[in-house]
Design a protein around this ligand. Sequence first.
Ligand code: PEP
Ligand code: MN
Length: 346
Amino acid sequence: MIVVMKASSSQDEIDRVARRIEESGLKAHISQGVEHTIIGVVGQALSEIRDMLQLLPGVDEVIPVSKPYKLASREFHPQNTVVKVNNLTIGDDGVIIIAGPCAVENEEQLLATARGVKACGANVLRGGAFKPRTSPYYFRGLGMKGLEMLAKAREETGMPVITEVMAPRDVELVASYADIVQVGARNMQNFILLDEVGKLKKPVMLKRGMSSTIQEWLLAAEYILAQGNEQLILCERGIRTFETFTRNTMDISAIPVIKRVSHLPVIADPSHATGKWYLVAPLALAAIAAGADGLMIEVHPNPDQALADGAQSLTFDNFQGLMSQLAPVAQAAGRKLATPGTKVEP
Ligand code: PEP
Ligand code: MN
């Protein structure tokens, strides 16, 4: 349930409500809105608690939240969450572009891609150092060496970097290199991992599990939020369906659904959603038209030589082509392209 405080309520009244919630063995999450303060009651609340809270001074209304995910719901947090990465904001009117190779392969490949995507206007550099692969015999990433290369690319280009963490034991390590920590589709319901990234004071991007419903995805987000990390971005990356032409089926409808039921920013990954480079641009445009807050695009200097996901990777020329198509679509959707977030905090 959520407690909506009166616009005129004092800080003392807000604190008292939060205290009474905690005394009942529940958690209080205070969200300061423009007009009202809303206090989320997290845990299994009984109806007696609802009656008790209703009587406290400063309380306007106590409303049961119909959704099983509370902190992720728009009922609890009516205004959009805006995630900040250096001077880049994700979830406001700017559309952000994350681009880079599927996997960090070597320094030359990463730096060339970083320079290439930055020149085209990308805001964030992506690159996997720990790669979840379907077969154990595929290239599984450079691990620690890959993280160091990402740090070097950030230093040279000033671009913030995003990279995946696969194991709870690596969360601190990956977070010490990444500006955004990615939880991949295959780990969307790794609840121990979700708890650990929830303890970070750093943005996290949670990809949708390949066979997960929107509700399961939001409940996974709830794990991260419940640990106190509110700097959370969702990423739609396609789901498994009966169709085999594409690698996955991009669930475009998930984007406006998320915008409606949640306050979290949502970006789209047409690369993993389609598995085919020539489908990336049309689906990217469709995602922006549907209200996505950004895109994640795989780009490689030589896709035919890529160690992972070459078939869905764009060349620099193709990425440039996509970037030039984005602005008018963003504008038609009432958005603009974000200004590059290249300032790195010391
Ligand atoms: C990735 O973005 O590197 C990745 C592995 O994607 P997904 O988890 O969506 O399959
Ligand atoms: Mn990939």
